[in-house]
Write a protein that binds this ligand. Structure first.
Ligand code: FMN
Length: 301
């Protein structure tokens, strides 16, 4: 008897061949990556309405089991993205999830409308780890602002939308719940943890922007717990990330409740990490005689 293994997952009607993707901002422009077609989806770096140069260097510093970055969303703006980069992503044969961030509510709406008109965009991810100008905090630190932006975007698009959440909150599950109630089709979590590294000899920050965000294996157990807590509270799918280095790590997120997983920082160490994660998940399922990845999603209660 042939043992057919199902790795495909579904988010808001969009089918992904498998649950493994790469986290926004961590894999260059992807067309350098080998075997990219094997991944479940692609999430390019966050795009903004207008081009911006990003933060002064140094932008990244290595820390124990991780890194602190403050890139500052260097990007060419949404129009250049749509005309120059999107056609290349569209040819890769993998669903493309486009990540956007606005400086105002209106900017989110304008960008979402532009992407809604692009057939090659499968889903739109709202990177809500941007300042909420009204309150000088991140949008994703404010349940009301999160819900307001999700609802505004939802009104003008017919593509599914994902809210990317910040872990720098008291209860990420509450923010996820606000996003769900406002109409989000999925949540993506976690973004980086606010962090700083001081050069004691030079008596200054090691990051040009002064502070940055911590990512990599150092954050993994916290991120897994956040996915688990959130999965107990919401019904929409979760895209889980935070320090995934191998299949075991990815399976922790899946068992905690993630429908998809994204590899971020570890791609800097080994560009093929995401593919190794995928192959490792297949090997695990084969060894455990599990025919359908969906049997593992939220397995741990
Ligand atoms: C260098 C770098 C750049 C990033 N840029 C973005 C970005 O543009 N948009 C975004 O939503 N997240 C961005 N992130 C966050 C990652 O997508 C991911 O949420 C986070 O790093 C946790 O996953 P990891 O530990 O596997 O890297 C960035 C992370 C790093 C390390």
């Amino acid at each position: 008897m042939v043992n057919i293994m199902n790795l495909s997952v579904n988010i808001a009607g969009v089918k992904f061949a498998n649950p493994v993707t790469v986290a926004s901002g961590t894999f260059s422009d992807a067309w350098d990556m080998k075997n990219i077609k094997q991944l479940g989806a692609l999430i390019p770096k966050t795009v903004m309405l207008n081009a911006q140069a990003g933060n002064p260097p140094p932008r990244i510093v290595e820390t124990p089991s991780g890194m602190v970055n403050a890139i500052g969303i260097e990007n060419d703006g949404i129009d250049a993205f749509i005309t120059q980069k999107l056609p290349i992503y569209a040819k890769m044969g993998v669903p493309v999830i486009v990540s956007i961030s606005g400086k105002t509510d209106e900017e989110f709406v304008i960008m979402a409308q532009k992407l809604n008109a692009c057939p090659s965009v499968a889903l739109i991810e709202l990177n809500l780890s941007c300042p909420n100008l009204k309150h000088k905090m991140l949008v994703a630190q404010d349940a009301e602002a999160t819900a307001r932006i999700v609802a505004l975007v939802k009104k003008v698009v017919n593509k599914p939308i994902i809210a990317k959440l910040s872990p720098n909150v008291t209860s990420i599950a509450d923010i996820a719940s606000a996003a769900e109630q406002a109409g989000a089709d999925a949540v993506s979590m976690v973004n980086t943890f606010q962090a700083m590294v001081i050069d004691v000899e030079k008596q200054k920050s090691k990051i040009g922007n002064f502070t940055g965000g911590l990512s990599g294996p150092a954050i993994r157990p916290i991120a897994v717990n956040m996915v688990y807590q959130t999965a107990q509270k919401i019904k929409i799918p979760i895209i889980g990330m935070g320090g995934i280095a191998n299949a075991d790590d990815a399976l922790q997120f899946i068992m905690a409740g993630a429908t998809m997983v994204a590899v971020g920082t570890m791609s800097f160490i080994e560009p093929d990490t995401a593919l190794q994660v995928l192959n490792g998940i297949k090997a695990y399922m084969r060894a455990k005689k599990i025919n359908d990845i969906r049997a593992l999603i939220g397995f741990l209660k």
